[in-house]
Design a protein around this ligand. Structure first.
Ligand code: GDP
Length: 349
């Protein structure tokens, strides 16, 4: 056989090999030994819509799940421009100095529209992204918020199995994404800027209520005095909010990602909070409730997906009848569900 043919064959074999995926056991062993390439590929499978990928992702997750759960999971929110990525860069580097391994993930509902995530972007965290103790992954895109959040939650488990002991989940301080992130983390940190006013910051009362810890960012230079005033105002605002189920009062701090001032104190606050909720048995309870929440959430979304894919155009027809006032919403819903459950074969009755 001429040598060139042999080379060609080897190339073809190589490309086939590249396309064929390792099995779940190889994946999970690799992830457990801290193999970042396999971790990234497994996350891609979690994010994939291909049924064969989903099946493999489920098998990998099943093997990794018993090795997960040992990290501190921190949610970080704040409007664009508040300084999230600069904070994570500085905070993440501080954590690495403390000997921790961090994974930075993101839940970005806007990635649905832009088809690309503005959060968890490596170029925004340049120094951190070059460290081997840090793993940065942008938000999955092209899915509903529920879908994005589920995938991020599963990614948390994979990162934990790979040995990351601190997970930072970034999200933007608008809309529903905070609620989704809050249902996958142990502590929720809200970043605020001094002097922008609540309305300007798009901070809804609900988000303030959700926060376990608040940090006023950019407390440096001329902004220091304003940041301190904002801290005092925020402390009094928090005072009027209902108490957390954990029974722990929301602390308010100032920090500067530029000077590094206040960064280590925020980490100390987080450690204190985690210790306090552990002591009360609340951390365990919270994680169990989160698992239950995601079970409910997943059943709902699976059933709805199945419902809409089965009903297809029939649903749109029913929708038109309801909007035209020709049929009642509740009655139509009942008919549709009966039809979906095969209890009724005719929708026109
Ligand atoms: P994000 O959109 O919330 O991720 O915000 P960025 O981290 O991109 O920060 C927005 C702007 O604020 C950038 O121009 C940063 O340089 C600046 N910034 C962020 N943190 C600080 C800080 O601690 N001090 C000062 N002075 N500027 C900061």
């Amino acid at each position: 056989m001429p040598e060139t043919e042999g080379k060609e064959e080897a190339q073809i074999r190589g490309s086939i090999k590249k396309k064929s995926l390792p099995d779940a056991e190889t994946f999970s062993q690799g992830i457990l030994s801290g193999n970042i390439v396999l971790l990234s590929r497994a996350i891609t499978l979690v994010e994939s819509t291909l049924p064969s990928h989903q099946e493999l992702a489920e098998a990998i997750l099943e093997k990794c799940l018993p090795h997960s759960g040992k990290s501190i999971r921190v949610g970080i929110t704040g409007i664009p421009g508040v300084g999230k990525s600069t904070f994570i860069e500085s905070f993440g580097n501080h954590l690495i100095e403390q000997g921790r391994k961090i994974a930075v993930l993101a839940v970005d509902p806007t990635s649905q529209l832009s088809k690309g995530s503005i959060l968890g972007d490596k170029t925004r965290m340049e120094i951190l992204s070059r460290k081997k103790e840090a793993f940065i992954r942008p938000s999955p895109s092209g899915d509903s918020l529920g879908g994005v959040a589920r995938k991020t939650r599963e990614t948390i488990f994979l990162c934990e199995a790979a040995g990351f002991d601190t997970i930072l989940v970034e999200t933007v301080g608008v809309g529903q994404s905070e609620t989704a992130v809050n249902s996958m983390v142990d502590i929720f940190l809200l970043l605020l800027i001094a002097g922008a006013g609540d309305e300007l910051q798009g901070i809804k009362r609900g988000i303030m209520e959700m926060a376990d810890l608040i940090a006023i960012t950019k407390a440096d230079g001329e902004n220091t005095a304003r940041a301190n005033r904002a801290k005092a105002e925020t402390i009094s605002a928090v005072h009027f909010l209902p108490a957390h189920e954990s029974g722990i009062k929301t602390e308010v701090r100032t920090c500067s990602a530029v000077t590094g001032e206040g960064i280590s104190e925020i980490w100390t606050e987080i450690l204190n909070f985690i210790q306090a909720i552990k002591d009360k048995g609340y951390l365990d309870k919270k994680r169990k409730e989160q698992a239950k929440h995601w079970l409910h959430e997943s059943v709902q979304s699976m059933l709805l997906d199945d419902f809409f894919s089965k009903l297809g155009n029939d649903f749109h027809k029913a929708e038109e009848l309801v909007t035209e006032g020709l049929a009642g919403s509740y009655q139509t819903a009942r008919k549709l569900v009966k039809y979906y459950k095969n209890e009724d074969n005719n929708l026109d009755q």
